[in-house]
Design a protein around this ligand. Structure first.
Ligand code: UT7
Length: 356
């Protein structure tokens, strides 16, 4: 079986920078709190009505195609990871296809809803398709327009200050080089605590999970009287209950456990050690999480790429943006061992080892 490789990568972040101080004008927070707890100094927000998750993805994809030496029409499959899609359905995969002007009918498109680990899941899927010879140019994208769906009141501050907009993309191709390419990917999930980091409404749950879990949760809501109200009820709207929620400390504790675990798992399978890693690209959830993982793995500062300070958490886009930035900065060279790792909502987590 052939190996697959990342043939080209690109990223796009919107021009508009939103500092922590700007957020203090709309909610009760401080630059000091945000920097101390998360490391974030600023994030980017897309231009409302002009930019979307799929338009940012197309911008990143065009760069990835150019660097891979292909035209967008040569893409034969699209895997699109996002939690902030343009539409509830159809997915962003077909929208980026249209935006890129891919009109041939051989192309397929798939959306991944694995939030923070979305890009690693997408990469793993692309890897399987390319290795088996089914596709030759797979576009893998992670893109998020969080700013359109955050609670900018004090109630939502624990979530809102963290997230930013942006997109990252890669073209996955087969390689004949025996030492090059994606060595392994590891994917995991555990739905036990699905509601600890979730965007519940609108949804078709009708309160089901909360009744079953026996919890008195505000966002559970009793089943609506009419079917037409299943996705969103007037009460959800009047309560403003249609935003993401997160039990931060709970997520934090699991993240610092799962990151090292899934990195070790990939290294063991590839017969490698932590000291073999040239560059670790952790999902940018919190600078404190990345620093903790770095310490546990015994990596130096120059072996870990962090950019959460400038972009916040861009969920599915964070790994490809960081990977691309590190590569553009000359910190990833041919032959280097690159490790990608992510943990987030679901919970889902994963890692990938790439010989560049
Ligand atoms: O990418 C997906 C995966 N996500 C993660 O991995 C996130 C993991 N969790 C975290 O990064 C952290 O838990 C947060 C950054 C979300 C929160 O930091 P924390 O140190 O865990 O704070 P906390 O939630 O325990 O809240 C501490 C205090 C609370 O006030 P009281 O109850 O002590 O009076 C919060 O109300 O900080 C308050 N608080 C804020 N204060 C100012 C929460 N958000 C803010 C805020 N500004 N933005």
């Amino acid at each position: 079986m052939k190996r697959s490789k990342i043939a080209g990568i690109g990223y796009y972040v919107p021009e508009r920078i939103v500092t922590n101080d700007e957020l203090t004008k709309v909610m009760d927070t401080t630059d000091e709190w945000i920097q101390e707890r998360t490391g974030i100094r600023e994030r980017h927000y897309g231009v409302k009505h002009e930019e979307t998750t799929s338009s940012m993805a197309a911008a990143a994809a065009r760069i990835a195609c150019e660097r891979a030496g292909i035209a967008p029409e040569e893409i034969d499959f699209i895997v699109f990871a996002t939690l902030s899609p343009d539409y509830y359905f159809p997915g962003c995969g077909v929208l980026v296809q249209r935006e890129l002007g891919i009109t041939h009918k051989e192309v397929g498109a798939l959306d991944i809803r694995n939030q923070c680990s979305g890009f690693i899941y997408a990469l793993s899927i692309a890897d399987q398709f390319v290795k088996t010879g089914m596709y030759k140019n797979v576009l893998v994208v992670g893109s998020e327009m969080h700013s359109m769906g955050l609670d900018f009141s004090t109630r939502g501050r624990n979530v809102t200050v963290i997230f930013g907009d942006g997109a990252g993309a890669a073209i996955i191709q087969p390689t004949d080089e025996p030492e090059q390419g994606i060595l392994t990917t590891k994917l995991h999930s555990d739905g036990t605590y699905a509601e600890k980091l979730a965007f519940i409404n609108p949804g078709a749950h009708g309160g089901y999970h909360f009744k079953k879990l026996g919890e008195q949760v505000d966002f559970g809501y009793p089943p609506p009287d009419t079917y037409g109200e299943i996705f969103i009820t007037p009460k959800m709207i009047s309560d403003g209950n249609y935003y993401p929620n997160m039990e931060g400390q709970f997520v934090f504790k699991l993240a610092v456990q799962k990151f090292p675990e899934v990195i070790h798992e990939a290294l063991n399978e590839a017969g490698l050690k932590t000291s073999d890693i040239n560059m670790l690209i952790p999902h940018q959830a919190n600078l404190r999480i990345s620093q903790f993982v770095q310490r546990i793995l015994g990596l130096r500062d120059d072996q870990v790429w962090n950019n959460i300070q400038r972009y916040g958490n861009t969920t599915a886009a964070s790994v490809p943006i960081a990977l691309c930035e590190a590569w553009e900065a000359g910190k990833i060279k041919e032959g280097d061992l690159v490790c990608l790792a992510a943990f987030g909502s679901g919970f889902t987590w994963g890692s990938a080892l790439i010989r560049w």
